[in-house]
Design a protein around this ligand. Structure first.
Ligand code: FE
Ligand code: FE
Ligand code: ZN
Length: 279
């Protein structure tokens, strides 16, 4: 069965997200660990965790994907901001242990003029400080559009970070279809070539999740603005080919399209029909 879900608000806790996912025929979901533009975290309620774990088991909801607040910058120029990113993510990973066996995604960061090499070394240093051999979460580097001084717009940059991480079995990659498209990887016209390139540079075995988004901008625009499936430049057919691709079809897919629940439900239903054509 296709693993697909969408981004959900975490304001009412885990059980509420699980129920919402089930109501739209999703069997996974993504959520922010805390306010995406802030760093304050909500208290974890054990009763909520327990009820969610039961629901997740019953409805085979797994793995869920936690997303770090995107204001965090592990390669900021400012040491205090780098430490804030490190401490916040370390705390998130501790909290993830309440729901073990899931995924945690973050934007590698912006090097803000310090250069790609400096950015990459700050990010890998941070990962080496926060990854714990005993943890039950895989931390994912998200492929970025390469906007401004973003690290992660090229597969090589993610490879370079991963090469410097000691706990290799605790890191992986989340491929965002809008971001790679905006970064110049033609997943609509040359999906096989892009995946061959991903495999050559990073290794498809490190790909653990896909953010499934259309893009408001043409190939290589370097922008990062998500569109609903079929309302952007990538198109519904091309995104269905991503979901159905033999190298990807068992991965979890997460919609981050500008939708309300009913729109997500329609996109999930569409992708399920497409996936079932050859499965
Ligand atoms: Fe993201
Ligand atoms: Fe994304
Ligand atoms: Zn994005």
């Amino acid at each position: 069965m296709l693993k697909i879900g969408c981004h959900l608000s975490s304001s009412k806790g885990y059980e509420s997200m699980g129920k919402t996912a089930v109501s739209i025929q999703a069997n996974t979901f993504q959520f922010f660990t805390r306010n995406p533009r802030g760093t304050r975290a909500k208290e974890i309620k054990m009763e909520d965790v327990k009820r969610f774990l039961e629901l997740a088991k019953e409805h085979k909801i797994a793995p869920v994907l936690a997303h770090a607040p995107y204001i965090l910058n592990a390669c900021s120029k400012d040491e205090r901001l780098r430490n804030l990113a490190r401490d916040t993510m370390a705390d998130d990973l501790k909290r993830m242990e309440y729901i073990p066996g899931n995924l945690y995604n973050f934007h590698p960061g912006c090097h803000v003029g310090q250069g790609m090499e400096t950015g990459i070394s700050f990010i890998s240093d941070m990962l080496n400080q926060i990854l714990d051999p005993a943890q039950h979460t895989i931390v994912l580097l998200e492929t970025m559009a390469g906007k401004g001084s973003e690290v992660g717009g090229r597969f090589e940059e993610l490879r370079e970070i991963m090469d410097r991480v000691e706990q290799t079995d605790h890191v992986g990659v989340c491929l965002d279809t809008c971001h790679v498209w905006d970064g110049g990887y033609d997943i609509a016209g040359h999906l096989d070539d892009v995946l061959t390139e991903f495999d050559r540079v990073i290794g498809l075995d490190h790909l653990k999740a896909v953010h499934l988004n259309d893009s408001r901008n043409p190939l290589g625009s370097g922008k990062d603005r998500h569109a609903k499936i079929g309302e952007g430049y990538i198109g519904a057919e091309a995104l269905a080919r991503v979901v159905r691709h033999p190298a990807l079809k068992t991965l979890p897919f997460y919609l981050e399209t500008p939708n309300e629940l009913d729109g997500y439900a329609r996109e999930i239903a569409f992708m399920r029909r497409e996936w079932e054509k050859d499965n």
